[in-house]
Design a protein around this ligand. Sequence first.
Ligand code: GAR
Length: 220
Amino acid sequence: MKADPAPLPRILVLASGQGSNLQALIDASRERDFPGQIIAVGCNRPGAFALERAGQANIESFVVDHTRFDSREAFDAQLMAEIRRRDPDVIVLAGFMRILTTDFVRAFRGRMLNVHPSLLPRYTGLNTHQRALDAGDRVHGTSVHFVTEELDGGPVIAQAEVTIEPNDTADTLAEKVQAQEHVLYPVVLRWFCEGRIQLGADGVLFDGAPLRAPLILPAS
Ligand code: GAR
């Protein structure tokens, strides 16, 4: 008798808004050889379009509305309970616009990824596109990293670059960066599900060896 194939890693996506990265991950996960399954989408905003996308893809979703909690700790505790009930192998932050508590981050150490719209360590936090323009940068981009206690400061796995043209605005840059995110994030998630990337004591391990610098998808 043939042994049952090993179950695919269980992916839980957290989003807050439009969910265009969620959509890219859903599309990728539908490829026949994708080594993981999106089991649920969690959201902190009841009206977010990300929830529609989950519904259209027949993926279970849940909302933990941050406005109903008195503290960050109480919100995170409820979110953690909702996540644990679903028993994911990896949590993918896809435009999840909440600062997470240390307890939450520690609970999922090495199992939580984030996409951030800048070439980290440049421009942690918000308004990254305008800040790149104001600094006169010629190259901007996006990073996928492991989430650690430091906001947008966890070890970077891979980055994708975009060229800043003289007529770019924060809006055009956001569009270009997101297009790159939609390519980069599924690739990194695939590596994670295949067990190729891990968070070691001193940073990212790729195929078991320390990653000395982020992998770069160059600007086209
Ligand atoms: C993405 O561009 C992502 O990089 C950014 O929010 C956007 C969400 O878009 N994330 C952050 O700024 C996190 N610090 P989406 O909802 O269409 O995927």
